[in-house]
Ligand binder design. Structure first.
Ligand SMILES: [Zn+2]
Length: 150
């Protein structure tokens, strides 16, 4: 069978810029497909490679995500869902863990236009606003955590 490999600029395939985690997963996928050949004699069908019958299940996916040796997934999701806090707090922690807090950096990556002078942290004005800065690195956040834990 002749090789049908083509060079693809994957960043152009997606409608928005990829997050670092998504870029990591895409790289893994490309590496996994690197030496695969397309068999045009078989009809396409979707399969879940982690199931012997090829069937996808959320339960199985969840168990895969909580495995400690999973690449690109370092957060302990199984612990998150057991924390005894209001669901909205759990949801917020989950958003932080997958870097989905709608910070200015996050919005800019998704194509939202924010002028240069409005990109800084609203509390300290330093640098571009991104989730780690807002929650931990900002002087305001540091003073907040100091009050909470003192
Ligand atoms: Zn700040």
């Amino acid at each position: 069978m002749a090789s049908r490999k083509m060079e693809t600029n994957w960043e152009e395939v997606f409608s928005r810029p990829l997050l670092e985690r998504e870029r990591c997963l895409l790289t893994e996928l490309i590496q996994a497909l690197h030496d695969k050949e397309i068999n045009t004699n078989m009809e396409d069908r979707l399969i879940w490679i982690h199931d012997t019958a090829g069937n996808f299940s959320v339960k199985h996916l969840s168990s895969l995500l909580v495995q400690t040796n999973a690449d690109c997934v370092e957060f302990k999701f199984d612990r998150l869902w057991k924390i005894k806090v209001p669901p909205k707090v759990r949801y917020f922690i989950w958003l932080v863990s997958i870097d989905r807090i709608p910070s200015k950096e996050f919005l800019i990556k998704r194509g939202v236009v924010i002028s240069e002078e409005l990109r800084g942290c609203p509390w300290c004005g330093l640098g571009i606003e991104f989730s780690f800065h807002l929650l931990f690195a900002c002087r305001f956040a540091a003073s907040f955590w100091q009050v909470i834990f003192s």
